[in-house]
Design a protein around this ligand. Structure first.
Ligand code: EPU
Length: 337
């Protein structure tokens, strides 16, 4: 069933717990409902925001437009061979419940992405990733409704233009499509991806090496390093890890030998933003209502009743401090609305 609300509080719909209101809030559970809604209500001229569970967003003021929240349920195997299985999931399903389902059925590919907050529909938008895996590695197809024409469109993996924490849905198609289903391709003969050092270390504590133990290892690592948004408001990594020329990395290494970098191509390196922030003395700092998390400097936390602007201004201060020390620009991973 679909529902429309007016002057609706978004406090429970963002993991920072910021208390702002949406002029309109619309949720739906079926493609037909959103298609009918869009045909009857012309929303082309009002501001739109498609919101999953709000785990990657900072609201700085009331939203004077319509927030659309896909609650499409469902999990369906659409194809199965001896090697793989294609599973189509409703955009409103909780991502980690799906990962759990895959592990219970020994379908491999999603286990490294355990415990990432959010809904299935949001996973392609930001190409969620962790511990050496990105969701682009297992996405087969994304189904979405075109807001303007109300047509259902299917995007194959390559159409989504996936990049590090980025996709077509964050760029040229932003606010043009509403994702209703995602189809994932999982392996029935899982090959574990445990190259990420910390997973390997964690797995040494466990005799078994299978997708369940990888899930368990990831959950343990995340629980140690990342704050639970139910207990303390946050949106995971606030900034992206910057990608810089490797010449610049070499220069920086002379001055800062401990800098944490990973090669991403012949000319580019990715730098650990958490390390940069920590080196500026900003890890675990408490600035009243906001601060950085004690175990992971890349995570900004809401210690109380911070407003979106408190968080945004604090993030800008971090950007400036890191830039002054390292000459590196940190781009925000979360959306500022
Ligand atoms: N580090 C520090 N100080 C810190 C934090 C990190 O020195 O306060 C160093 C660590 O020592 C480590 C390196 O930075 O050598 C990388 O740290 P970590 O493994 O925690 O990963 P990350 O690069 O900070 C990224 C993702 C996370 C993901 C982890 C694991 C981004 C922006 N973040 O964080 O994703 O869980 O890798 O793969 O790419 C998210 O996007 O919200 C998120 C949590």
């Amino acid at each position: 069933m679909d529902k429309l609300f007016e002057n609706y509080s978004l406090k429970k719909h963002n993991t920072f717990g910021i208390d702002v209101k949406a002029r309109y809030y619309y949720e739906f559970t079926k493609s037909e409902e959103i298609i009918f809604f869009l045909k009857v209500n012309k929303i082309s001229n009002i501001k739109k925001l498609i919101l999953g569970s709000g785990s990657n967003i900072v609201f700085t003021k009331d939203f004077d437009g319509i927030v659309i929240h896909p609650k499409v349920p469902g999990i369906q195997i659409v194809k199965e061979t001896t090697d793989f299985v294609l599973i189509k999931i409703g955009a409103g399903e909780i991502w980690d419940s799906f990962v759990n389902y895959c592990c219970l059925n020994n379908y491999g590919g999603a286990e490294n992405l355990s415990l990432i907050p959010g809904t299935v529909g949001a996973t392609p938008v930001q190409n969620i990733g962790a511990y050496g895996v990105e969701v682009k590695d297992i996405i087969e197809e994304v189904e979405a409704v075109n807001i303007e024409t109300q047509e259902i469109t299917k995007f194959k993996n390559k159409d989504c233009k996936f990049e590090y924490r980025n996709s077509i849905f964050k760029n040229e198609l932003k606010n043009k499509y509403i994702i209703t289903y995602v189809t994932y391709k999982l392996s029935k003969n899982p090959v574990l991806n445990i190259n990420y050092g910390k997973i390997n270390d964690e797995l040494k504590k466990n005799k078994n090496k299978n997708i369940d133990s990888v899930r368990e290892a990831v959950i343990n690592i995340r629980n140690r390093k990342l704050p639970d948004p139910k207990k303390i408001g946050n949106a995971g990594s606030f900034f992206k890890n910057p990608i810089i020329d490797n010449k610049k990395t070499q220069e920086l290494k002379k001055k800062f030998p401990g800098i944490v970098s990973y090669k991403v191509s012949e000319t580019k390196d990715k730098i650990a933003a958490g390390w940069l922030i920590e080196q500026c003395g900003l890890k675990g700092k408490n600035y009243g209502k906001v601060g950085t998390y004690k175990d992971q400097a890349l995570v900004i936390v809401n210690y109380g009743d911070a407003t979106g602007n408190d968080i945004y201004n604090f993030a800008k201060d971090i950007q400036q401090t890191v830039y002054d020390k390292f000459g590196i620009i940190l781009n925000m991973e979360v959306s500022i609305v």
